[in-house]
Each structure stands twice: as structure tokens, then as C-alpha cells.
Ligand binder design. Sequence first.
Ligand SMILES: [Zn+2]
Length: 467
Amino acid sequence: MSYVGTVEGRRVGFTGDLIMGDGKIFDLYSFQDAIPEAKVGGYHGYGGRLADLISSLQKLRATNLDVIYPARGPVIRKPNAAIDQLIARVRALYRNYLSTNALHWYFKEERMRICGERVLGKGAKIELMPYCLHVKTPEWIIEFSTSRIIVADNGHGFLLDCGGQRQLDFAKDVVARGVVKKIDGIFLTHTHDDHSQMVKAAAEFFKCPVYATAEYADVVENPGHYLMPGLTEHAVPRVKAMEDGAKMRWHEYEFTFRFFPGQMFYHGALLVKRPKAKPVFFIGDSFAPSGIDDYCLLNRNLVHPDAGYKRCFKIIRALPKDTWLINQHVPHVFRFSDKELTFLETRYAERTRILRELLPWDDPNYGIDERWATFYPYGTTLRPGEMREVEVRTRQPLAGGAKIYRDPARPSWFADFGRCKIHHTRLAWRRRGEGENPRAKKTRRVRHHRRCGFQRHALPRLGGGGD
Ligand SMILES: [Zn+2]
């Protein structure tokens, strides 16, 4: 909702968070939404509300304002220029997003065109990356739905993901029929439930360990401590947390475990080398033959040089020659040519530049990553009057440099607040960064604020002073 009126002879607009500064938006993650006309659900709807943003801006522009008073940031004294700038930035962002998009593989061209025309305008040119080389999966890998089983020459199997009863039943059946003698271990590529839902049950049934990398082992063991799309309620105890780059021999194979934050932040990958065969790299859901799986902002696709897709590109560049990629949603193995990889890298670097211009923060990740600061554990149920200590965790930039963000419009901290089932309870909590911080030992009581339930932003005051 915006208000437009005349004050002392000037046309003024009060536009809330519609626009900031010279043509920016406060964040991008709030624009994630379904696109029903393209049959795209909320989870896959990157920037789903950007089309509405543009039509709202166009309505506002038609009122010929002299000045805009936004909810945050400085007064906008050249409204039309700022509006034009914002529309241009949003279109550049969306055009860029579509050009590298994995959904082109899953949803095909027509649905991408519908998504594109909403934002870019009727008849706009929609660029999509053509599919890269994809061929049949080699016979030493059994393919079933979102699972794969690597088979050793002695008949032992290693399971990749177990996202549902069907996948578990299939693995059991393969063993029962003697196609595979036994399952020796499970690697969980990432924490989404279409990969993790039955991992606990499979590990119990096959009496085998579950592997992940250290960066997301805790999410697998304690999914209720986090807020992310698609977490499972089936926590897996005693995950074998492998260091990034750790190697493991398994029969004639060599495995290399990688932290691979592509489709989501809590994501790994497994490089599998078999003698006299082309290596394969299990990349979970991070790439498809048409590009990258970055359609859900709540998956936390950070744009630090050493995080998110930039890290994944580097890892793929360094793979042994002719390594095949496996995304278990894609019933093939595939690989990008040098030219295709360069295209993806170049477009992604451009995306980061657009985000820097579109978002007001010194680090664009604050506008992308809703969970840059969060309570740990996220879900907490308290009895009335019960005291509990929770941590406030902030994401430290992996590559160093950026400071913890302070909202210039607020004199003190604001942070995300978890779910609290009870009104007016008290939380005792301690402010602490992810590293050791000797100054951060203050314990304060805060009253639970406003309404309870699933709440994205909340405002417990965490004391003054920033780190
Ligand atoms: Zn998946």
C-alpha cells in the first residue's frame, strides 16, 4: 500500500518499502513467491513478486510525484528517475537469473517464457542456456528416483540419499534380490527432505554409517535447530562429519568429500573415482544441464567469493578431466564444456554486480540471506516462566571483510527471533558470535514480543554496540 497526496502544493508519496534510495529494494528474499500462471510454486518462485513490484512502481510513476518518503532510507527527491532505475535493475536481475536457470531443464521453455514476460514485458527476448552434454548413467551406478547406489565389484553398495519410502523400499529390494550384497554406507548430499527423509530409517535398516561434510552434519543431526525449506523431522544421530576435501577408500573406489553450497547452503558433493572409468561427481541438486538451481532464495545462495555458486564453480573447474556430474533428479550424467562453464561464471559475476546495485547493504548477502542472523536452536518450546539460554548466531563472511550489518535506521541490533509457543514467557539469552568473543558474555532477559508463531523478523534488543 502506498499513499499519495498533495502537501504544500507538492505531490508526495508514502511508499513503505516499495523503493529505497536511487532505485533499490530492502531485500530480495521477501519477493520469493508462487507464479501460478507458469505453474511455479512458491519454492521455485525466485523473485515471484517482482512483476507486482514493477506494476506498482509504474502506477506510482503515473502519479508524477515530486518527492517520495520511503519507510526506510533517505527521502527520494527524484522519484521518476529512482523508479526507472529500480525497474531497470529488477529486469536486469531477472533476465540474468533466467539465462542460467536449472528450471529450464525441469519446467521447459514455455513456462520460463511466461515467468520472463511477467517481469520483462510481453514479447521480451528470454535467453535460456541450451542443455549441456548429457548421456546415460554408467552401469556401475544404480539409478532410482532421487537415490543412486554405487556398486563395487564385490557386490557391496554405497547409497546416495534416501528421500522417501519408495527409495528405501527400492534399496531394500535391490539387497533382498542379491543385486547388491549389502549397503556399506550412505552419503547425504544435502538436507532437503526429498533426499534426507528416510536416511535415518535406511541407516538403521542397513546398519551403516551416514556421511555428510562438517558444514551441515549438525543440520542432519538436529534439523529442529534450524529454519530452512524442506528440513526433515527424522534426525539422524552420529553423522560422520567429513572435512572438506577428505578422501576415503571404499573397495576399489576413492571418494572425496566436498562442501558444495550450491542449491542450498547446507550442501555437499562426492567425487567418486573408479579405476579405468571416468570419475563422477555427485552434486546433489546444485546443477542441471541448463544451469544452476538457485530458484529458492530461502536456500541461502550466498554470493561471497568463497561461498555459494562461486565456490561450486571453482570446485568444478578443478575436477579431473571429463568428470561427469550427477544430479539425482536428472536421469543422466552430464558435464559443462569450458565455454558453458565460462558462461555460467560470467553471468553469475554479473548477477552479483546487479545485486550490489539493487540492494542497499555494503554486502549484498544481507539482502539475499534471510538467515544471516538467527537464534540457535531456532525452534524452542518453553513453559510459562521457564528460562532457557539460546544463542544468536550470525553468519560470518567466509572470505572475511564485511562487518556484521547494522541497520542504519535502528540504533540497536535487530535479529531474527525463533518460534516461541508461549506468550509472555521470558528468554534468557547470551549474545555470541560464531567465534570466541570475550566481550559477548552479557546475559539479558527479554520479554517475548508481539504474537507468537512463525515469525520472520522480530526485535528483541540485544544490547547496544556492534561487533
Ligand atoms: Zn532434491
